[in-house]
Each structure stands twice: as C-alpha cells, then as structure tokens.
Design a protein around this ligand. Structure first.
Ligand code: NI
Length: 219
C-alpha cells in the first residue's frame, strides 16, 4: 500500500468513527426523554421497544393475574421483596405519594402494583399483608420461581440472592435488585420507565404528563 492510499484509509476510518459517535449520541438523546418536572435528573425514560410483554402471576387474593385483568388502563409496577429493610418500602411509599399528588382523573387510570422477586419467602399472604401498608388499590403479585424469572426477564429486572453471612439464619437473606417503576398497559407493553431516585413532586408530574398524553383527547 502506498503512502497516499494509507492516508486516505486513515482519513476514512477517522470520519467513520466521528459518524459512529454522533450516531450514538443521537440514539442516546432520542432514547432518554427527559421529563424533569423541576428535578435536575431524568425522571421518565423511553426504553427499547422489545421490553415488556404479558405475563401470568398470582395476585394477593390467590387468583391468576395477567395485565389484561387490570381494572385500569395502566399499572405502575415496582419489583422488590417484602423483607427489604428500607429501599423497597421507601420506593413503594414514594409511588403512592406520587399517585396521590396527581389529578384524580389521571391517578385513577393507574393501578399501583408490587411484584416480588423473592417468591421463596413472599407467598400470597406475605404479599397481601405487604401491599396493604402502601395504597388501598395496590395489587401484589407473586408466583413460582420460574414465573418470576420470566416476568423479570421481560422487563429486564435484575435480582439476585445475597449469600447469608456466617451464623445467620438460612431464611434471613437479602436480595439485590434493580429499582425502577414500569408503566405498562393492559397488554403488558411497557409504556415508560421512571426512576425512583426522583423527588416525589417530579415523579408525580412526569407520571401525570405521561398518562395524560396517552389518554384519548375525547375524555
Ligand atoms: Ni428492595
């Protein structure tokens, strides 16, 4: 290869990397729609289209439950476990407060929902007791480990049991898990994700705007 060709190739490679980086930045900006509602960070996220989907679990009354059984157009789901010492209770509480701050006609379109990622301990009764602490309309869902694994995969929820430390009772383990709110519709399609790190006001505004935008205008 002569020097001229080599320089041309290097220039081409350089141009291609610039294009690739520009493409990546555009993808990132399009993908992450910021709905701050006064919060400095990002509250609501767009997400990859392949996320979400229908599932069948067991609700807090012991009945089979799929997104098609929702009595509202949408559900706001949080994945966690009832023995979680502080993160899950705080984030479920925030979800409830955010719904309470929304216009009632928007909040009434959303069922708050808790899905356990610790089915070994969180049976129907445990989940029922737990959701009762947070919101009168909150539903609690559990299932066998396979069913929980399936739904977690659909929404790409990470969870993993933390090994018990020495001398600790076998059933007193902790769970690591990812933490987002997932707004789904009655087909199980994921409509938007929200971060629990946002202040309640910001979450409430972002959630309200999202539901309002999705609601037919002849309401
Ligand atoms: Ni937790």
């Amino acid at each position: 290869m002569n020097a001229q060709k080599r320089i041309a190739l290097i220039a081409l490679a350089g141009a291609l990397s610039v294009l690739a980086i520009a493409g990546l930045i555009t993808w990132y900006q399009v993908g992450m729609v910021d709905r701050t509602g006064g919060f400095g960070g990002t509250v609501g996220f767009q997400h990859a289209d392949e996320l979400g989907g229908s599932f069948t679990l067991t609700d807090q009354s012991g009945a089979a439950f799929s997104p098609g059984d929702l009595e509202t157009p949408y559900a706001l789901i949080y994945f966690g476990f009832t023995a979680c010492p502080d993160v899950c209770p705080t984030e479920l509480q925030d979800m409830t407060l955010a719904l309470d701050q929304m216009d009632a006609d928007l909040a009434d379109q959303v069922t708050p929902a808790f899905i356990t990622i610790d089915p070994a301990r969180d049976d129907v009764a445990a989940v029922r007791d737990y959701v009762g602490h947070f919101h009168p309309r909150m539903i609690g869902l559990t299932g066998d480990s396979q069913a929980i694994e399936t739904v977690a995969k659909l929404y790409r929820v990470f969870y993993s049991r933390v090994a018990s430390s020495e001398g600790e009772a076998a059933d007193s383990y902790m769970m690591d898990h990812s933490s987002f709110y997932y707004l789904i519709d009655q087909t199980g399609a994921l409509r938007r994700m929200f971060t629990p790190k946002a202040p309640i006001d910001a979450l409430s505004v972002a959630l309200g705007e999202t539901v309002d935008e999705m609601t037919p205008s002849d309401r």
